[in-house]
Design a protein around this ligand. Structure first.
Ligand code: MG
Length: 375
């Protein structure tokens, strides 16, 4: 998007807090486009295709992976950004990077690694996403990590404990001062939730763990179900589900744009710093949709994420991650040379962090192969 289309409260290059290491500006791209491009070229990004969203990667070829999830988040977030006059390349960069720090096997992997790291500073996937782009991607000659702009890093670090925020300097400050990130970051945060709420309904039905009947208890779903049935009484089931989901996404995205635009019109922020210093988030659903959205989220928690079949898979996955962690702690030489060398010259605390970085970076199938090899 060219600068004149940007709203005054959008993130813009001219008021960017910049990169940690100074660089010559790109000739034909904006700074946020450069961030996005670096993310797409990163190793961590390519690995997302083999990482679980809800269903383990090898369970079926049609389920979402972290990669397709990230692309769906990006699509939704970019639509909202353009409608509100926000910075589209920045929103795209944050979206594509928001899950880079996820362990193999989704939340089960993350919970397990966090348990393993209890005495060594813990493990948070948002913080890990920032570690990936700030440190772990070693690709460029002149600096560690991808050297992204402050605004992209601000968006990636969605949550952070106060203890960790204290160690992060600039980027951690807002968690100590209870301030907000820019609107682009706020948009991605909600786009993430819109994407998973909807694609998990689709994946859940496909897996046979959710039924259309049961989903009709949910207002968001049922409103569209009734409408689709009325307009297309003969429609076949699979197609009906798609039609319902696309309408659900349209409904919540439209509500999000309208509600947020009204908030912006009321508060009239003059800059991204006005947005940051406001005491509440400015990007939100209206009351009705917010309620329905949260209800669907709770429904999925109860009926999908905690479904016995999903649980059995996640329990096994969690155990696998714990075994890998213990094996590498006991014998760092089992890791590739660059990790082993780092782990061996350090104290227990630093060694554990190296092992956590290594395990977190694994794809589902690589973790399974390593578990078989070491087991
Ligand atoms: Mg996500």
């Amino acid at each position: 998007m060219s600068a004149p289309d940007l709203a005054i409260f959008a993130a813009r290059q001219s008021s960017s807090r910049g990169r940690r290491f100074k660089e010559v500006p790109p000739a034909y791209r904006g700074e946020y486009q450069r961030d996005r491009d670096r993310i797409v070229h990163s190793t961590a990004f390519r690995r997302l295709v083999y990482k679980t969203q809800v269903f383990v990667n090898h369970e079926g070829d049609l389920y979402r992976t972290r990669l397709t999830h990230s692309l769906e988040v990006s699509q939704i977030a970019r639509t909202v950004a353009v409608a509100l006059g926000l910075n589209e390349p920045l929103v795209e960069a944050i979206s594509l990077a928001h899950d880079l720090g996820h362990t193999p096997f989704g939340h089960a992997g993350q919970d397990s690694l966090n348990d393993c790291m209890r005495d060594f500073g813990g493990f948070e996937h948002n913080l890990q996403s920032l570690r990936v782009v700030d440190q772990l991607e070693a690709k460029y000659a002149n600096f560690p990590g991808l050297n992204l702009t402050f605004e992209t890093r601000e968006g990636i670090l969605k949550h952070c404990s106060v203890r960790n925020a204290k160690t992060l300097g600039d980027i951690g400050k807002r968690f100590l001062e209870r301030r907000q990130p820019g609107l682009e970051a706020q948009v991605v945060n909600i786009a993430d939730a819109i994407a998973y709420n909807n694609h998990d309904v689709d994946d859940g039905i496909r897996a046979g763990l959710l039924t259309v009947e049961k989903l009709r208890e949910q207002a968001l779903f049922n409103t569209q179900y009734v409408e689709v049935r009325r307009l297309h009484p003969e429609i076949e089931d699979r197609r009906m589900v798609y039609e319902i989901i696309r309408r659900m996404i349209n409904r919540v995205v439209t509500d999000l744009i309208d509600t947020t635009q009204a908030t912006i019109d009321r508060l009239m922020p003059k800059s991204i710093d006005d947005v940051r210093s406001h005491d509440a988030l400015m990007v939100s659903f209206g009351e009705v949709v917010q309620k329905e959205h949260l209800a669907l989220k709770a429904f999925l928690m109860k009926n999908l994420y905690r479904h016995p079949q999903v649980r059995q898979m996640t329990n096994n996955a969690g155990k696998m991650v714990a075994v890998l962690f213990q094996k590498y702690m006991a014998d760092p030489g089992e890791m590739p040379a660059e990790f082993a060398t780092l782990a061996l010259q350090n104290d227990e605390m630093a060694k554990a962090r190296v092992v956590a970085d290594y395990v977190a970076g694994m794809t589902d199938r690589y973790a399974i192969a390593e578990h078989d090899r070491l087991g």
